[in-house]
Write a protein that binds this ligand. Structure first.
Ligand SMILES: *Cc1c(COP(=O)(O)O)cnc(C)c1O
Length: 404
């Protein structure tokens, strides 16, 4: 059995087991010539790159003549509804879309004055609030529409602008075709309370770059539009497409496209290189050199094969680092891609820095659009067996937010 000498015991330069001089070992991790004397740590930080959001809106503009609605649900796909909305509107987006009237009110408070549509409204619609903040609301069922009309009547504060949400083939929201006639009857009866200004559907092939996959939904959308027009409503804003449809299939565009993922640099169709709008950084909080045979982290799922540098980074699954990762998941430190080794912990991960010693206070870039050794969110999605959307929306609340 060979005895492995811990590097900390090597300060004499002599291997006490053999008497051999090991101080000149070629594989020993090196420390920079002038290590910082003070380590400056920073809290895990998610930076929203507003220039990238603007560039992505401009890219959408090249793809369509339709009005662009910037969708900033889920706090702007994790990057901040307000900064993403302001950047998108600044770059020419004419509408904003969100899932809740309360979130829309926050956008109004931030000074946004473009039209806003709120669909879904998981905790119900506060009709008075929607009217007060000039928020359009989508109604996707007969029950929802009846409730809305009753609430507007009770609020007695004017007529609410409504978009009828029709199911275009997803069975996940929107009135099914069998209910359209009743939906339109209810809408007509409520004409003192609501103003039907739009009709919306949603594409089930959210990542399809193939127009033939979208064709049934496009047909259903046209049928829906025609039914609403025949019922005497109009003019209407007709909208169906999200990011993928916008980038790949003009037949889905109608009057307005609803772009969410594309704003933050995610193209679900993977046909266009958009600009990543998120960078997550964290500090190396601990740095050391360990010998071969060292087991790292909980349950010893990783054992070092050689003497190597390791760095502990102060970000973990509570911050949104996926715990189930394929081998190869990594961060960038000082231009080097450093693989995550051992289990992801609640507050920290450990990376193998190989020959390099990455001192405490070094900045690790978990993901970003920077290129080089910096992983992109698309790589994180692959390592996590997921989609990039879950990477950006999963960043935890204690991570500091910045905009740049
Ligand atoms: C989220 C959402 C969008 C935006 O989809 P992306 O693929 O993120 O662009 C559009 N419409 C509806 C109804 C949505 O829920």
């Amino acid at each position: 059995m060979t005895t492995v000498l811990h590097p900390a015991l090597e300060t004499t330069g002599a291997d006490i087991t053999t008497g051999a001089d090991t101080s000149a070992s070629a594989t020993s991790p090196t420390t920079p010539a002038h290590p910082p004397t003070l380590s400056r740590l920073h809290a895990p930080t998610l930076t929203t790159l507003t220039d990238a959001v603007a560039a992505n809106v401009e890219r959408m503009r090249l793809a369509t003549d339709a009005t662009i609605m910037a969708v900033v649900k889920a706090d702007g796909y994790g990057l901040g509804a307000v900064p993403v909305a302001l950047a998108a509107v600044g770059a020419g987006a004419e509408w904003l879309g969100i899932t809740d009237v309360d979130d829309a009110a926050e956008l109004r408070a931030a000074g946004v004055d473009v039209p806003i549509l709120a669909w879904l409204n998981p905790s119900g619609v506060d009709a008075a609030r929607a009217l007060a903040h000039c928020v359009d609301v989508a109604a996707g069922s007969v029950d929802e529409l009846r409730q809305l009309i009753a609430d507007v009547s009770a609020a007695d504060a004017g007529r609410l602008r409504v978009h009828l949400h029709l199911d275009t083939g997803m069975a996940r929201g929107g009135a099914p075709v069998e209910d359209w006639a009743e939906l339109l009857r209810v809408a007509r009866a409520g004409s003192a309370q609501i103003d039907v200004v739009g009709v919306m559907g949603h594409l089930p092939g959210a990542d399809a770059a193939d127009p033939s996959v979208n064709a049934p939904a496009v047909l259903r959308m046209r049928q829906g539009r025609d039914a609403v027009l025949r019922a005497g409503f109009g003019p209407l804003i007709v909208h169906l497409a999200a990011t993928s449809g916008t980038l790949t299939d003009p037949a889905t565009h109608f009057d307005l496209v609803r772009v969410g993922a594309g704003l933050v640099g995610i193209d679900p169709s993977e046909t266009v290189a958009l600009q990543g709008a998120a960078r997550l950084t964290a500090s190396v909080v601990h740095s050391s050199v360990v010998p071969a045979g060292t087991s790292i982290g909980y349950c010893g799922t990783h054992v070092t094969q050689r003497q190597t540098g390791i760095a502990v980074i102060g970000v973990g699954y509570a911050d949104g680092i996926p715990r189930e990762l394929l081998p190869g998941a990594a961060v960038e430190i000082d231009g080097v891609r450093c693989e995550i080794v051992g289990r992801v912990s609640m507050d920290q991960i450990v990376v193998d820095t190989g020959e390099r010693r990455m001192p405490r206070g070094s900045t690790a870039v978990v993901f970003g659009p920077d290129g080089g050794a910096v992983p992109r969110i698309q790589e994180w999605a692959r390592w996590a067996g997921s989609i990039p959307h879950t990477i950006v929306t999963g960043i935890g609340p204690r991570v500091e937010r910045r905009t740049a």
